[in-house]
Design a protein around this ligand. Structure first.
Ligand SMILES: NC(=O)c1ccc[n+]([C@@H]2O[C@H](COP(=O)([O-])OP(=O)(O)OC[C@H]3O[C@@H](n4cnc5c(N)ncnc54)[C@H](O)[C@@H]3O)[C@@H](O)[C@H]2O)c1
Length: 337
């Protein structure tokens, strides 16, 4: 068993945005082409506790070097009040030859990077004829910062960010972090979500809202909303938008805004396409300039698995991590002595 903690995962993934986006792009294409196995994520919730959850995301991704395994990720939003991250995670990779668990990885860094890479890939793929010079971020947490990092990697013309958070101290701290990291990026804090939605034609939602609280009414025509937190937009706004998803079967579950919209109208015809289908078409895609486009990624386990496979391969070549050779029991028939 190879154990890779957060330090090793960082060592492999830091400053590797282009490689991570490419791995995520390949995973979407393989999924589109039927080369993955992706059961529904399992949500473990607790009696009388609607806030906290732990999600299991098993997945298989078949290619030259196939990967199979699971991400087990906890979301405890109250953690942030105690100086801890909301999300924490572990991943297990299994051998495709024997099924045996082979690697245990810290999973929250992988999860945040794959989420950010997916959002950035959507922004780059669902392009506009007008260059993307600014982005509004609603929800100033870990995921928002990762997304901004990845957007900067794929949208070189991005020069301005406008942020908003219900917790104004978190918005100010986030803006200060942006100014320190990217002195050339114009960074502002919006007084309310409406102003943030109006500020730019690229909007990212990464809040911890459990139920819809936002419409797209304030968005300019042609806006792309990266609806990463999945439960912010009202069903009416979803029904009025051009909807792009990662996987319709996955995203129309667990009380997401799309799930609520489906329940309201009794069908999913409001979903226009998937990011994988757009990528597989291989043609430049221009989003509608007269409507709002919403990208809602459920967050597929194949993205975690593809990055975990990349981290493991790279860690092995750099001799990183801790090996536990006797993690598994010796086979009962093994010779003794
Ligand atoms: N779709 C995916 O693949 C995927 C993957 C990872 C995380 N997520 C989601 O992304 C979201 C953000 O995760 P995080 O780790 O950054 O959380 P976080 O707790 O670090 O940050 C969330 C921020 O949102 C703010 N917020 C809450 N409600 C708000 C509202 N109504 N308006 C404005 N701000 C609000 C909070 O104050 C907090 O600063 C979570 O909902 C998480 O489930 C989605």
């Amino acid at each position: 068993m190879l154990i890779l903690g957060a330090t090793e995962v960082h060592q492999v993934l830091d400053d590797a945005e282009a490689e991570v986006v490419e791995a995520v792009r390949r995973a979407y294409l393989l999924h589109e082409r039927g080369r993955t196995a992706l059961p529904h994520s399992v949500f473990l919730r607790f009696p009388d506790d609607p806030r906290n959850r732990i999600i299991g995301l098993p997945a298989y991704l078949g290619e030259d070097d196939p990967v199979a395994g699971i991400k087990w990720i906890a979301s405890f939003p109250g953690n942030t009040a105690h100086g801890l991250e909301r999300a924490s995670a572990a991943m297990i990779l299994n051998s495709m030859a024997t099924g045996q668990p082979q690697a245990l990885l810290e999973g929250s860094v992988i999860s945040a990077r794959r989420t950010a890479a997916s959002a950035a890939l959507a922004a780059a793929t669902l392009g506009s004829s007008v260059p993307e010079t600014g982005v509004s971020l609603i929800g100033c947490g870990v995921i928002g910062f990762e997304i901004l990092t990845y957007l900067r990697a794929v949208l070189p013309e991005l020069a301005e960010v406008t942020v908003f958070d219900l917790d104004s101290a978190r918005a100010e701290a986030f803006a200060a972090r942006c100014r320190a990291r990217w002195p050339g990026l114009r960074t502002g804090v919006a007084p309310d979500s409406g102003e943030a939605l109006r500020a730019h034609r690229l909007v990212c939602l990464a809040t911890t809202a459990a139920a819809p609280h936002l419409t797209t009414d304030a968005c300019r025509p042609g806006t792309l909303v990266l609806h990463v937190s999945l439960r912010d937009l009202t069903p009416g706004s979803i029904l009025g938008a051009v909807n792009v998803v990662d996987d319709a079967d996955h995203v129309c579950r667990e009380e997401t805004s799309l799930h609520l919209a489906e329940r309201l109208v009794g069908h999913r015809d409001f979903i226009a396409t998937s990011l994988g289908a757009v990528l597989d078409a291989g043609r430049p895609h221009h989003r509608a300039e007269d409507r709002v486009t919403v990208f809602s990624p459920f967050g597929l386990g194949i993205l975690d698995l593809t990055l975990a496979g990349l981290v493991r391969r790279r860690a092995e070549s750099l001799a990183l991590g801790t090996r536990v050779p006797d993690f598994l029991p010796a086979p009962a028939g093994a010779a003794v002595g």
